[in-house]
Ligand binder design. Structure first.
Ligand SMILES: [Mg+2]
Length: 192
């Protein structure tokens, strides 16, 4: 059986949002990065938890899922964020840059239509902090049609927790022993 994809967001998942006082969790260390297209003298500050890198390496080594970045960082996820966490190069979903003022322009996460097309009928666990009820309905619908789909939604002010990855791997482990849930056409990934 092909591996289910693990779609991984960054903002609100690996980079926590500040709380009402502007503080981020003490587990996360400050880094300054220069995203593609930005001047070197105008870096962006990000906060990352080295422990997340270790946990994600365990996920990669499990061989139960195929991790893919799914973030508005796009290829910078691979070139900037991943290395700060000690991660190897991972593919990414090549999301467009829509002119939107909300992450839910149609009531659901703006990434979803692109992810839906990218996945085809592949099974996937998707970790993002920004799903709406319509996204959860979409996941249930995909699952009902044979493309097992699990959405995990960290609190963006706390960000990724070990329990999210444990749940992802348990879900993938169950899929591995019930392959009918995840069968379908093969699917290529876009290397970053
Ligand atoms: Mg996010």
């Amino acid at each position: 059986m092909r591996l289910p994809f693990l779609l991984l967001d960054i903002d609100g998942v690996l980079i926590p949002f500040p709380d009402d006082h502007g503080n981020t969790p003490t587990t996360h260390a400050r880094h300054d990065v220069v995203p593609t297209g930005r001047n070197a003298d105008d870096p962006v500050t990000v906060w990352l938890n080295a422990a997340d890198g270790l946990m994600l390496m365990d996920v990669i080594r499990s061989g139960l899922v195929s991790p893919v970045w799914c973030t508005s960082w796009r290829q910078d996820a691979t070139t900037l964020i991943g290395p700060l966490l000690g991660l190897p190069p991972l593919p990414h979903v090549d999301l467009p840059r829509p002119q939107i003022t909300t992450s839910h322009p149609n009531g659901y996460l703006w990434k979803r239509d692109h992810v839906d097309a990218w996945l085809g009928d592949a099974p996937a666990v998707w970790i993002d902090d920004d799903f709406t009820s319509l996204d959860h309905a979409w996941a249930a619908e995909r699952t009902a049609h044979g493309a097992a789909t699990l959405l995990l939604q960290p609190d963006p002010r706390v960000a990724l927790q070990a329990e999210h990855l444990v749940e992802a791997l348990e879900w993938a482990g169950h899929l591995a022993v019930t392959p009918a849930c995840g069968s379908g056409a093969s699917h290529g990934t876009e290397a970053a």
